[in-house]
Design a protein around this ligand. Structure first.
Ligand SMILES: Cc1ncc(COP(=O)(O)O)c(C=O)c1O
Length: 656
C-alpha cells in the first residue's frame, strides 16, 4: 500500500541519497521480499475476493470494541521554550494561552481550567469502521488482522507525516526519509545491527572481518548486550557534557584515522544518543553534529541515532546552573538554526535530529513511544533513507512482522480518532465526563502532549539538581592547629561531587569526588573484600591493598540503601562502554533518574541522598567501610527490604 507522498518528486530538486549497500551485511544482501506479503497491496482493492491469504475471519475475533479513558493533550503544564532570566514564575495555567499560541496550538474551548485539562476523554475503537480509505479506517477488523510489516496504515501515515514534516523538515536528500514502525527502539536497534553486521566469532573468523561500532564513553548498556554477542568490537569515543567529541585525543577523528586494523574492520557503525543522553544528560548541538557528521561521511560510517528523549530538552538547565554557581546567565540562543521550521514553536525550539543534515542518507534514527506514551506499548519507529527502510522491512517480515495490532489501533485512535456516532450513543448512559466525544489529539494535540511532558520532567530535574547543588560541598569547622590562628575558626570545604545540570532526558549524571573522602588510599584491613580494582597497581602500595575508588563507590551504594537514606542509584560502571572505562573511571559516577519516583519523592529522596553522601564522608573507620563492601558482595539485602524477592533482574531495569 503506497503511502501518500508529501511533495511531488518532479518538484524535488534535492540530490538523491548515496547508495550505501556496500555496508549491508551478507544476510541483508541475500534477503528478498516476502512474496506472499507482496500481495497485501491488493487487499485494498474495493470488492476484491479474498482467496489468497491465510487470514482468519475477522467476525470471529472475540473483541467487539476496545475502550479506554485517555488523557487530554493539555493534562500537563508546559515550561517555557526560552527561559528568559527573571521570568521563571510561571503561574500555573494562566500561562497556557500564550504558551499555546507560541506553539501554534489552539487551546480549544475546553482547556481554560486546570480541572478540565486533567479530565479524561473516552476512546472507543469499534469492530468495523465504515470508512473505506485504509489510511483513515481505524477498527479492530483491520488492526487485529494480519497486516503490512511497515505498520498499521493509518498510524504509519500519521507518524510518517509527523516525522517528515514536523520532526525533520530539513532532510537534504531527494524524496526525504521513509518510516517503518518497530516494536520499540530496542527492536529497532536489533534490526539495524542485523542489517549492517556480519556476525563474527573469535577463533573462527578472520580478525580483519571483525565489525566495530563507535559510541560514547558512557552508553546505554542494552546496546552492549545486543552487539557484543555478534562479535562487534565496541569502541568508546571521548565525550564531554554535550556528547561525543569529534576532534582531540580519543575523539572520532583520532580513533578513525589511527585505526589499528589488528582489532578488526575500521568501524562502519556509530551508536549515539544525542538528546538527553542516557546516562549523561547531554544534548548534542547542531554545530557539533555537523562536525561529527562530516567525519561520518569521510570515514563512511552509518549513524544510528537513538533518541527516546528528543522532546525532553531543558533550556532552563544552563540558566539555572549558571545562577546557582554565580556565573553570568547565558543569553538565550537559537539551538535550531536550520532553514525550514515545523511551525510548532515547541518543536522548533529543540535541537534537531542528525537526519536534518543527512546529505548522504547515512542516518538511521530510532524513535519510541516508550517515554511519550508507555514502555509496555512496545511501539516505536525507524526513520531513514528509503533503501535502508526497505531492508529493515525485509527483516521485520521475517521476524516481528508488525507491532501488536492492539497497541497500534489504540495509539492510532488516540492520535487520529473520530468517534463513530453509534459508539458515542452507546455511552449516553455514562457520566458526563465519560461522554466527552473524543476526536483524537492530532498533530497539535501530540505536540501539546509532549510539551506538557517536557514541563513535568523539567520541573523534576530542577528540583533534583537544585537540592544536589546545595549539597555538593561539605563544610567542616575545625580547631586551629597554630597558636597564631587561635582566635580564628577554620572552615574546611570538601567537594563531594560535581555535575552538569541535565540539558535533557531523565537522568542526572553525578561525578563523585571519592578522592576527597578521608579514607581514600588508606590501607585496607582485609584483603578478601571484593573490589573490582583490587588487582590494579593504583590500589596497592608496597603490596598492601588500599581503599580505592571502586571500593568507596561500592560501599557508598550499599550505604545509601540503608535506613534512614533508603536510596538506590545506578553505578556508572553499568554504563561504561568497555572494561577499561569501567575500571578507570566508571566507578566515579552515579546515575540518578528523576523520572520514576513521585514528584514529592524527588524532593524528599534527593535530600535523603545528599544527607547520606554527607554522612558517608564522615566515616573514618576502615572496618565500617569494609563491612559495607562485604554486604554489597553478598546476596542479603539489609534495610528491611524483605526477602530480596524479584531482584534477580535488577540490572535490566536499572540500566534502562
Ligand atoms: C537510549 C535508550 N534507547 C532505548 C531505550 C529503550 O527503548 P524501547 O523501550 O523503545 O525499547 C531506552 C530506555 O531506557 C534508552 O534510554
Amino acid at each position: 500500500m503506497a503511502l501518500p507522498a508529501s511533495s511531488s518528486p518532479a518538484e524535488d530538486s534535492r540530490p538523491p541519497p548515496k547508495d550505501l549497500s556496500h555496508l549491508f551485511s551478507d544476510v541483508t544482501k541475500a534477503r528478498v521480499p516476502n512474496s506472499l506479503k507482496q500481495l497485501y497491496k491488493y487487499f485494498a482493492i474495493p470488492g476484491i475476493a479474498q482467496f489468497a491469504g491465510g487470514l482468519p475471519n475477522s467476525s470471529y475475533f472475540p473483541f467487539d470494541t476496545l475502550e479506554a479513558q485517555t488523557a487530554k493533550p493539555q493534562r500537563w503544564e508546559p515550561t517555557p521554550n526560552d527561559p528568559v532570566p527573571g521570568k521563571d514564575g510561571l503561574d500555573d495555567f494562566e500561562v497556557l494561552p500564550s504558551q499555546l499560541s507560541r506553539a501554534h496550538i489552539s487551546p480549544g474551548p475546553k482547556t481554560k481550567t486546570k480541572d478540565d485539562a486533567l479530565a479524561a476523554a473516552h476512546l472507543i475503537v469499534p469492530h468495523d469502521d465504515p470508512v473505506t480509505d485504509p489510511f483513515r479506517r481505524i477498527d479492530l477488523a483491520t488492526a487485529l488482522q494480519y497486516g503490512q510489516a511497515t505498520g498499521y496504515p493509518p498510524l504509519l501515515s500519521f507518524i510518517r507525516q509527523f516525522a517528515r514534516e514536523v520532526l525533520h523538515p530539513n532532510v537534504p536528500y531527494k524524496g526525504g526519509p521513509e518510516v517503518i514502525l518497530t516494536v520499540g527502539s530496542t527492536d529497532g536497534n536489533s534490526k539495524v545491527l542485523e542489517l549492517f553486521v556480519n556476525n563474527w566469532i573469535e577463533g573462527k573468523n578472520d580478525v580483519r572481518d571483525r565489525p566495530s561500532l563507535v559510541t560514547e564513553t558512557f552508553m546505554y548498556p542494552a546496546v552492549l548486550s545486543q552487539s557484543r554477542p555478534r562479535g562487534v568490537n565496541v569502541i568508546a569515543i571521548a565525550m564531554d557534557d554535550e556528547g561525543m567529541l569529534p576532534y582531540g585525543p580519543g575523539g572520532l577523528e583520532d580513533v578513525m584515522s589511527n585505526w589499528d586494523y589488528s582489532k578488526g574492520r575500521r568501524p562502519h557503525l556509530m551508536y549515539s544518543v544525542t538528546m538527553g543522553h542516557n546516562p549523561t544528560g547531554g544534548v548534542l548541538s547542531v554545530a557539533r553534529r555537523k562536525q561529527l557528521y562530516a567525519l561520518a561521511s569521510r570515514f563512511d560510517i552509518i549513524i544510528i541515532e537513538d533518541d527516546p528523549y528528543w522532546y525532553l530538552q531543558y533550556p532552563s538547565a544552563e540558566v539555572d546552573e549558571a545562577r546557582a554557581r554565580s556565573r553570568p546567565v547565558p543569553e538565550s540562543k537559537l539551538v535550531n538554526p536550520l532553514q525550514k521550521k515545523s511551525g510548532y514553536d515547541f518543536v522548533d525550539s529543540l535541537v534537531p535530529s542528525y537526519l536534518n543534515i543527512d546529505t548522504d542518507g547515512r542516518v538511521v534514527r530510532l524513535d519510541t513511544f516508550s517515554k511519550t506514551i508507555a514502555p509496555g506499548c512496545r511501539l516505536g519507529f525507524l526513520t531513514a533513507a528509503p533503501a535502508i527502510v526497505d531492508r529493515v522491512l525485509r527483516i521485520a517480515e521475517a521476524s516481528t512482522a508488525a507491532p501488536s495490532g492492539f497497541v497500534q489501533v489504540f495509539v492510532a485512535q488516540a492520535l487520529m480518532g473520530r468517534q463513530p456516532e453509534a459508539a458515542t450513543k452507546a455511552f449516553a448512559s455514562r457520566s458526563t465526563k465519560d461522554q466527552l466525544t473524543f476526536s483524537g489529539w492530532h498533530t497539535d494535540g501530540w505536540v501539546r502532549w509532549v510539551a506538557g511532558l517536557r514541563g513535568e520532567y523539567e520541573r523534576r530535574m530542577t528540583t533534583m539538581a537544585s537540592i544536589l547543588e546545595e549539597g555538593s560541598w561539605q563544610l567542616k569547622q575545625s580547631t586551629p592547629t597554630r597558636d597564631s590562628e587561635a582566635e580564628w575558626g577554620v572552615i574546611t570545604k570538601t567537594q563531594l561531587y560535581d555535575f552538569a545540570w541535565p540539558r535533557g532526558g531523565m537522568f542526572l549524571w553525578l561525578h563523585m569526588r571519592f578522592e576527597t573522602h578521608p579514607l581514600w588510599k588508606v590501607p585496607r584491613k582485609s584483603s578478601s573484600s571484593s573490589s573490582s580494582s583490587s588487582s590494579s597497581s593504583s590500589s596497592c602500595r608496597d603490596g598492601i591493598a588500599l581503599i580505592d575508588g571502586p571500593t568507596l563507590s561500592g560501599a557508598l551504594m550499599v550505604y545509601l540503601t540503608h535506613k534512614p537514606h533508603l536510596v538506590l542509584v545506578s553505578p556508572g560502571s553499568m554504563f561504561s562502554a568497555s572494561d577499561e572505562i569501567r575500571e578507570e573511571t566508571g566507578w566515579a559516577y552515579f546515575r540518578l533518574c528523576f523520572a520514576a519516583e513521585s514528584t514529592e519523592n524527588i524532593d524528599i529522596c534527593s535530600r535523603r541522598f545528599v544527607e547520606g553522601v554527607h554522612r558517608f564522608w564522615r566515616i573514618k573507620s576502615v572496618r565500617e567501610l569494609e563491612d559495607l563492601v562485604e554486604e554489597g558482595s553478598s546476596d542479603v539485602v539489609a534495610a528491611g527490604a524483605g526477602e530480596g524477592e524479584n531482584l534477580t533482574n535488577l540490572s535490566a531495569w536499572m540500566g534502562c
